[in-house]
Design a protein around this ligand. Structure first.
Ligand code: DQA
Length: 142
């Protein structure tokens, strides 16, 4: 099963960026752990700081992969185009946020993605990605 993890803007700085909010681990390090945890899954990772590049990646992969885990960072709260892209593809998308956005500023409380996703995992740290991958593996489309 092929599962793609997509991280949006500023998530390349995980481990360095506001560690009190996002923790001390880089995503590259965490991705290595995830790959070890799911040896049977074909996990791929893409990160971009650019909205269009993320939309292009969703178009490119969203008709072939078995699932997508998407943390769109701040684009979650601003991008109708990203929500439309998620709605346009057949691959199931799970939305992940590392921090509990509902305990933060009000502008983080709205997501243009949630309604287009199969579900959302919010506030459980990097563990959210593992839970999303596990969900997609357990709910393989036939
Ligand atoms: C985030 C939450 C967003 O509000 C923020 O802009 C991010 C990261 C999270 O994973 O908690 O960049 O998506």
């Amino acid at each position: 099963m092929k599962i793609l993890i997509i991280n949006g803007p500023n998530l390349n700085l995980l481990g360095k960026r506001e560690p009190e909010v996002y923790g001390h681990q880089s995503f590259d390090e965490y991705f290595g752990v995830l790959k070890n945890d799911f040896p049977g899954a074909d996990l791929a990772y893409f990160q971009s700081n650019h909205e269009g590049a993320i939309i292009d990646k969703l178009h490119e992969s969203g008709f072939s992969v078995d699932g997508i885990v998407l943390n769109a960072g701040a684009l979650t709260h601003t991008s109708i185009a990203l929500g439309d892209a998620v709605g346009a593809i057949p691959s199931p998308v799970v939305e992940v946020h590392i921090s509990n956005v509902y305990r933060r500023e009000a502008f983080r409380h709205h997501s243009f993605l949630s309604a287009k996703c199969v579900g959302s995992i919010i506030g459980l740290g990097l563990e959210g990605y593992r839970l999303a991958v596990q969900y997609l593996l357990n709910h393989e489309r036939t």
